[in-house]
Each structure stands twice: as structure tokens, then as C-alpha cells.
Design a protein around this ligand. Sequence first.
Ligand SMILES: Nc1ncnc2c1ncn2[C@@H]1O[C@H](COP(=O)(O)OP(=O)(O)OP(=O)(O)O)[C@@H](O)[C@H]1O
Ligand SMILES: [Mg+2]
Length: 290
Amino acid sequence: MNGMHGRIATQDEARDRRQAPGLGDGEAGSTSGGHVIRQGEIDVSHKVILYLEDITVAFDGFKALNALTLSIDVGELRAIIGPNGAGKTTMMDVITGKTRPDSGRAFLGQTYDLTRMKEPEIARAGIGRKFQKPSVFEQASVLENLWLACAGDKGWLGALRQRLSPGQGERIEQALETVGLAGERDRIAGLLSHGQKQWLEIGMLLIQEPKLLLLDEPVAGLSDEETERTAELLKRLAGERSVVVVEHDMHFVDQLGCKVSVLHQGSVLAEGDLATVQNDPRVIEVYLGR
Ligand SMILES: Nc1ncnc2c1ncn2[C@@H]1O[C@H](COP(=O)(O)OP(=O)(O)OP(=O)(O)O)[C@@H](O)[C@H]1O
Ligand SMILES: [Mg+2]
């Protein structure tokens, strides 16, 4: 499944492993810290799911990301805030392989070098991403959308041809329960509320069992009640997987009750709980100065 990891490591890959964050001398190779990593598995022996180091992305000389360093733990829920243009979406583009950084390193666990992988490879390795605009199939039912998510990149034709395995059927049921749409399974997705569409899309991501979920402004345009339910959902989703959520809605970020990273001009300006960063004079300056 993971082409680049399904064979014996080249010297380059072996070097990458040595350079992976937290790997001490003598820990390189097919074992890490003394335990064997199976093919396709993410090595999180250092409890870090995502590690970005010194990432720089320039568009015509303008640095959208400027030596960005950020680390997300296994099972962590993290909120990313920051003014418009701070580089939040660009960061997600780098993590998912949509944008190649000009410099810096990006690792999923200890061994997956994201800067060398293509978008589908990264998705298969365990990173799921939700864009701001829901992209569910409006004419299909909730269940059909989840069914389609099972087909992955095989598309509609693949979905039509496939027969669901018992495991997939179970994952669909679980996803329906988790996102609170079990009662809407036969509803046409186009008739769902904006919030329900967002939850359906999160459910579709869950089908692929990602280890890291990236959500870009998931509560924009949602009602207060839907926003609250989304916060509850994300809190439940963390733990079993890591969740990184970009949001401008501070009330929502407060409800998440997690560590917050403030991005500004392409790097992390402050980190900590929401109250702490909101009282940081540098953060106040950045928000007031706009
Ligand atoms: N493909 C691109 N070409 C040129 N400039 C870009 C490109 N993508 C992003 N930028 C610029 O990089 C900067 C960071 O953009 P980005 O979308 O990452 O910000 P953001 O923090 O997500 O902002 P917002 O909160 O408005 O969504 C902006 O100045 C943007 O104009
Ligand atoms: Mg953005």
C-alpha cells in the first residue's frame, strides 16, 4: 500500500530516519527504541504524531511560512489560531503534500518524511483533511456518501463495483454514531443543515481511519448549537487520533479547552492555553494591529 515504505530502505531513507525528531544515535533502522515497526504503521514511539521543523514556503518571495516549527502529540487536540494570512492553510497544504516547502522538514511519526510523499500517499499513510467548504455529494444519501468514502480514490465506479466487507459496514455504522447522524442515514445529503454536512464530511474522513485529522475552519457559518456540538465531537475524536483544528471563532476554541498555537507571519508566535495566549501582549498586538 505505501509504496515507498514497502521495500528495503534506501540510504536516503535511512538517513531521514536518523534525522527524524527525537531519534537518538543508535536507534536508527527498522526498529525504534527497541520495538519493530510494521510496514505501513506510523512509528510514534516518541509520542509525536506530527513534527514540522523550520518550514519555509515562499510565494514570489513572500514567506507564507517562515521557519515554522510545530509539534503535535499522539492523541492530542490542538487549535491553531492567527489573523488572516498568517499561514494556517498553507501549513495544512504542506502537511498534506499539496504544497512543497522550500526548506524545512515535516514528519508523520518518526519515519514518514511528508516532504517526499505525494498527496495520495500521505492520505493513505494516515492524514485526513477537511477543507472549509463541505464537499459531500449532495444528491446522494448520508449512507451513500459514507459508502463512497469506503471506496477511497476508486470513485463512484469503484463504489458501485465494490461489496462492503463486514469491517467496512461496521466502520460506517461507527462513523454514523460518532458524528451523530445515525438517524439521518437515508436522508439526501443536500437536505442536511450546514452543520450536519460538516459532520458527514468528518464521518467520511473517519472511514479511512486517519491517525491525524486536519480541519480548516469547521464551524464557520454554523449556528451556536451546531458549533457547540462540533466542539464536543472534536473532543471525542481526539485521543484515538490526533486532531488539529484551525479556527477564528474564539468561543469555539474556548470550548475545545485544548492547547492553542498562535500563528503570525508564518511562524508560531505563542503557545499555551487560550487564556494565556490571549493575555500575551504580542498576541494582543497582532490582533489589535489589524
Ligand atoms: N498559492 C499561493 N500563491 C500566492 N500566495 C499565496 C498562495 N497561497 C497562500 N498565499 C499567501 O500566503 C499567505 C498565507 O495564506 P494562508 O491562506 O495560509 O493564510 P491563513 O492563515 O489560512 O488565512 P485565513 O485565516 O484568511 O484563512 C497569504 O498572504 C496568502 O495570500
Ligand atoms: Mg486559511
